[in-house]
Design a protein around this ligand. Sequence first.
Ligand code: ZN
Length: 323
Amino acid sequence: MKYPCEMVKDVMPLYYDDACSEETKRIVEEHLEECVSCREVLKKLKSSTYEMDLAKEREEVLQYHRKNVWGRLSEAIAVTMLVPLVICLIVNLATAHTLDWFYLVLTGMAVVASLVLVPLLAVERRLLWSFAAFTGSLLLLLFTCNQFSGGHWFPLAAAAVLLGLSVIGLPVVVCEIPFRGRIARNKGLLVMLIDTGLLYLLILVCGVYAGTAAYWKSALWITTASVAFVWVMFGIIRYARMDILIRAGICCILGGIFLSQINALVHWILEGVWKGGLESINLLVWNDSTVLNANINFFLFLSCLLAGICLLAAGRKRKGTKK
Ligand SMILES: [Zn+2]
């Protein structure tokens, strides 16, 4: 062979795209007649380009189809929602000579649209937009209901709804937002901070409605004790630099201690007396409610402790094996 394979392989893509000179073309063709290995290279080039073209074409068809179908679907849904709205508008005006309950239908439809239309119309980050639209429209619906019924409960309902939605949806939504730097590395912390803030907001709003001094003392202390426990667990799970089994073991034991003592703690906050904790355990007495609770809590604590010890042992063993 006149030319080395490496040289021919280098110009093969140009030859395949018909982007080389007549001279190069002739050299490659001459070489191909004699060389099996270079013929294989050309064959592979042909098949891979063909597959790539096919995949591209397939994606284009799918995209067109998706756009077309979704566009039509969202139009159909919008029309389906618009018709009852117009009917309600006319009926409300005709019967009451003003608009009142129509606003309930309107905001109710907005909630439906946030769940059905927004995901179809949003180009990217569908979950984020749908969640934001759903939260906003739900708050609007609650506000309209509050105004329609002449109530004063909107702040309370809004704070409760915000906390509930945040606990369920915020972790997923936060993952959709492209944060950078420190926040990107501490998304869990961000969610915890927002959830804690919303929980205290709810306690605050409830306090404004309850309006007694006793409420503040009990609500704030019981909430803070529970929140502190959750934060300790979060800190261990997210930030402790230990084997995952050891972290699980520690959380299990701490959970056992907290859950078995929370009744007594709440009792202490409310009445100033520690009652129903480990000191009340008496496995021979099962007919007194305080002792019964303490006995059950004791077994709860024991199970958590045992599970925790097993996890710690497994974690230590795994660490030993890794070393
Ligand atoms: Zn060759």
